[in-house]
Write a protein that binds this ligand. Structure first.
Ligand SMILES: NC(=[NH2+])NCCC[C@H](N)C(=O)O
Length: 410
């Protein structure tokens, strides 16, 4: 039987992918809350949806099955008990656990049919939506102080981050910031309760219940033996070691490569500065490499005694050649390596490519220099429009959670 999750590389032909079509959550963004909600601007939703639909169409045109987070979640909530658990988890991960201030909110949500329930949880709930006479806690009453009963989740469009497939298993993220922590509950619900996923035992390499953060944008499945994980503003070394222990003990994975990147907004995840585009080619933003190309890279593997062994390395190209057993590799610089073009295009996710087959990537049309340089290196580049999509600081890789890719040996 076909496995519901099969991801043994970054580049194997993509067969099935999970997306989220941006919705009303975007229309609840206001300038005041942009920082708290990790968004940089207020997109024009109809245009953003149009661009997102073109992204999905580009994938479908290449024979890829596109499924949506909102639909699978609504389908998975098959009993009253599951609906209740889902809502309670989401609210628990919000800030309303303190003094039971969420009872009315919970009842309000549970009165809705599944598709509306899911939409509401995504879009957020304004205090004014709940009847005044039902609000009794201080927080509920103080509407001007904060209009949101439940914050919107504008980052759901970045399905890459709350979970990632590795091998036939999944790593469900403990998101770094409160703004995104609830997002993991959607994939959790799907994996545990959607009929397309429950027939099979899906190993879990990392859980959202963990105390230390890790996000999917930092995880790159380099091969069926090696996973790379960014040590970033969002993913901690403690989390990476935990993931490595699980992978090295109970999967075919033999090495986890921890790659330290600068902790800044522009470089929030490894995939904003480094993605795989072909068997031996990678898109990279040169600024992650220090003087003379030096970086901090650590290879975690099991020693002969079964203990975890960690080795330090400094050169990315050498590490990639070593762990992928390649004679040579090519790093394709974002913006062609030009200081201005590289910084501008990295900000708009120039290196955040989504490989849909070896040497075939989906990118944003606005990154003209990077796209040209990728083509000069023999990569087929499928461009998608990006005026509005780019405003949340995530590109085609961030906007997709691959569920099934062909193995490279197929
Ligand atoms: N895999 C990625 N690079 N995701 C980008 C996520 C962007 C999102 N606004 C955030 O700050 O979380």
């Amino acid at each position: 039987m076909k496995k519901p999750i099969h991801i043994t590389s970054e580049i194997g032909t993509l067969k099935k992918v999970l997306l989220h079509r941006p919705g009303k959550e975007i229309d609840n963004l206001t300038p005041e809350y942009l920082e708290r909600l990790l968004f940089d601007d207020i997109p024009f939703l109809p245009k953003m949806q149009e661009e997102h639909d073109q992204f999905a169409e580009t994938l479908r045109n290449r024979g890829i099955e596109v499924v949506y987070l909102e639909n699978l979640t609504a389908e998975a909530l098959r009993t009253e008990e599951l609906r209740r658990q889902f809502v309670e988890k989401v609210l628990y991960n919000s800030k309303y656990k303190e003094n039971g201030a969420y009872e009315h909110l919970k009842n309000y949500l549970l009165d809705l049919p599944n598709d509306e329930l899911v939409q509401k949880v995504m879009s957020g709930v304004l205090k004014k939506e709940i009847q005044k006479n039902k609000r009794k806690h201080l927080y509920e009453i103080m509407e001007a102080h904060d209009p949101f009963y439940l914050d919107p989740m504008p980052n759901l469009v970045f399905t890459r981050d709350p979970a990632a497939g590795i091998g036939n298993g999944v790593s469900i993220s403990r998101m770094y910031s409160e703004a995104r922590r609830r997002e993991s509950q959607f994939v959790r619900t799907i994996i545990n309760h959607h009929p397309d996923f429950t027939d099979d035992e899906i190993p879990e390499w990392f859980s959202e219940e963990s105390l230390v953060p890790m996000e999917g944008g930092d995880q790159l499945v380099l091969s069926d033996r090696v996973v790379a994980v960014g040590v970033s503003a969002r993913t901690s070394p403690l989390a990476i070691e935990k993931l490595a222990e699980n992978l090295l003990n109970s999967s075919g994975y033999e090495k986890v490569v921890a790659i330290e990147i600068p902790k800044s907004r522009a470089f929030m995840h490894l995939d904003t500065v480094f993605t795989m585009v072909d068997h031996d080619k990678f898109a990279i933003h040169h600024a992650i490499q220090g003087p003379a190309g030096k970086m901090n890279i650590y290879i975690l593997e099991k020693g002969a005694d079964g203990e975890m062994q960690i080795e330090h390395r400094e050169n990315l190209s050498d590490v990639l050649k070593e762990v992928l057993s390649l004679k040579s590799i090519v790093l394709i610089p974002c913006g062609g390596g030009d200081r201005i073009d590289a910084a501008r295009e990295q900000w708009n996710d120039g290196s955040n490519t989504l490989a849909i087959a070896p040497g075939v990537v989906v990118t944003y049309d606005r990154n003209v220099v990077t796209n040209r340089v990728l083509r000069e290196h023999g990569i087929e580049v499928l461009e998608v429009p990006s005026s509005e999509l780019a405003r949340g600081r995530g590109g085609p890789r961030c906007m997709s959670m691959p569920l099934v890719r062909a193995s490279l040996s197929d």
